[in-house]
Design a protein around this ligand. Structure first.
Ligand SMILES: [Zn+2]
Length: 60
């Protein structure tokens, strides 16, 4: 499910305020922080990004 056009441009990581990269796959829609020091992956539920640090998947 693609995100609404332009939405990604205004989204930022709530933890470090870096831009987010749409790294969605068919099975796992998610947005990943582009900061190398952060790199949290945020889930997308029903097409709506969940930009909560508590909900984010931490990088390995
Ligand atoms: Zn971040």
């Amino acid at each position: 499910m693609p995100l609404e056009a332009g939405l990604l441009e205004i989204l930022a990581c709530p933890a470090c305020h870096a831009p987010l990269n749409d790294a969605s796959t068919a099975d796992t829609p998610e947005l990943i922080c582009t900061s190398k020091d952060c790199g949290l992956a945020y889930p997308v539920r029903d097409g709506i990004p969940v930009l909560l640090v508590d909900e984010a998947r931490r990088p390995a």
